[in-house]
Write a protein that binds this ligand. Structure first.
Ligand SMILES: [Zn+2]
Length: 137
């Protein structure tokens, strides 16, 4: 058990999290985990305002119980909550959209929890079916 943990926000999608979570743990160490369909979308353009509220409450609970030193916001390509990859003209357009949403989600976190550093990560399955996690700067 580490005394310095992170907090990860992840989509529920079974095609991504089983491989992505071990990669995140290898890179960032132990973490609290919040899984919610659409991950960062719930902070930027939630289906229901209650989704954003519940997510922010869970972040607050993690902070008060386990004191994470950073939050890792993730989004993934082909996310059903964004209409999937088919909703975009190209992979480049999709990735740019996801990066913009991650940045907007980071702003929401910053307003509510200004003391908590935020890392943005895009999860992608490439053509040879390999999952990658890429930090967005
Ligand atoms: Zn998803």
């Amino acid at each position: 058990m580490s005394d310095k943990i992170s907090l990860v926000l992840m989509c529920i999608d079974y095609r991504f999290w089983p491989e992505a979570l071990p990669l995140l743990e290898k890179k960032y160490g132990e973490f609290d985990l919040i899984e919610l369909a659409g991950a960062s979308k719930n902070l930027v353009s939630p289906t229901e305002e209650a989704d954003r509220t519940a997510l922010l409450e869970n972040i607050g609970i993690s902070i008060s119980l386990h004191h994470p030193h950073q939050i890792i916001l993730t989004n993934h390509t082909d996310c059903g909550m964004y209409g999937g990859s088919k909703n975009f003209k190209s992979l480049e357009e999709e990735i740019n959209f996801q990066i913009n949403d991650l940045k907007s989600a980071k702003d929401v976190i910053k307003q509510k929890f200004p003391e908590l550093p935020t890392v943005m990560v895009l999860i992608h399955r490439d053509q040879d079916e390999k999952i990658s996690i890429e930090e967005v700067v």
